[in-house]
Design a protein around this ligand. Structure first.
Ligand SMILES: Nc1ncnc2c1ncn2[C@@H]1O[C@H](COP(=O)(O)OP(=O)(O)OP(=O)(O)O)[C@@H](O)[C@H]1O
Ligand SMILES: [Mg+2]
Length: 260
């Protein structure tokens, strides 16, 4: 359960409470790919932030790679981040414009307990940039010199450089031009395969989730209304809300197949 208290609107009434998440329970097997779909405000980002230790549930627990995230200390969270990395929606907002791409991508390596030399880090950055389809020379440039799709490739390189087991992605392509979405999704799908990642992928679009994920949970107003194997949910949605989501995402599927 995660509740938020809205600002007080009246002197005499208690501040209203928003139940961002309620009664949520799910598991992702190692190497599994879970999609989380739901419309704006359904609690998707809150759920991801809890998994990543960036937010704490009001009650309940979250176990990631065998460790309890709820109430974890800073040191434990640092270890968690070696295992779990996040890719955010907005590739500009999540990349520090003053840093070079090399500094951005290598940042997750600069934690206590890792002992790569600076030469080794440079080589790892070059390798990772190439893995996401960018020239190694990009390392000396700054984020604003890249397009949205390229910036999201940089975010993916940073997320993968410390070889996490788990990647959580919060609408990683929804801020991108339609023309590059499919490319970035293909890249993510390839890397998830290659590195055997466990993926938790948030989207308001069930078609995107269908493309990447083997199971799905559908969220509405902080509650899971439907869950199961992606193909089954997609082919025979049980909940009216899921049916609506499928209808509203048909256009994006056309766009994706148009590019592929
Ligand atoms: N820091 C916060 N303070 C107060 N309320 C919050 C906070 N974060 C989220 N909420 C509320 O919790 C609910 C779920 O928000 P959340 O951001 O998880 O939704 P979402 O599914 O990610 O939406 P979107 O698709 O727009 O990203 C919303 O009602 C939101 O207003
Ligand atoms: Mg969100």
């Amino acid at each position: 359960m995660r509740t938020y208290t809205r600002g007080k609107t009246s002197l005499f009434k208690p501040a209203p409470e928003v139940k961002a998440l309620q009664g949520i329970s799910f598991e992702v097997a190692k190497g599994g790919r879970l999609g989380v779909v739901g419309e704006s405000g359904s609690g998707k980002s809150t759920l991801l932030r809890i998994l990543a230790g960036l937010d704490q549930p009001t009650s309940g627990s979250a176990i990631v790679a065998g460790n309890e995230v709820t109430g974890a200390k800073e040191q434990q969270l640092r270890e968690l981040r070696q295992n779990l990395q996040i890719v955010f929606q907005d590739p500009m907002g999540s990349l520090d414009p003053r840093m070079t791409v090399g500094q951005i991508v290598s940042e997750p390596l600069l934690v206590r307990g890792r002992n790569e030399t600076s030469t080794e880090r440079t080589a790892m950055v070059a390798e990772m940039l190439e893995a996401v389809g960018l020239p190694a020379a990009s390392a000396s440039r700054h984020p604003h010199q890249f397009s949205g799709g390229q910036r999201q490739r940089i975010s993916i390189a940073r997320a993968l450089i410390c070889r996490p087991q788990i990647v959580v992605a919060d609408e990683p392509v929804s801020a991108l031009d339609v023309s590059v979405r499919a490319q970035v999704l293909n890249l993510l799908a390839d890397l998830v395969d290659e590195y055997g990642l466990t993926l938790v992928f948030v989207s308001h679009d069930l078609n995107v989730v269908r493309y990447l994920c083997d199971s799905v949970i559908v969220m509405q107003s902080g509650v899971i209304v439907e869950a199961g194997d992606t193909e089954t949910v997609y082919r025979s949605p049980q909940h009216p809300y899921t049916k609506r989501l499928i209808d509203s995402s048909l256009t994006l599927r056309q766009e994706l197949t148009g590019v592929a």
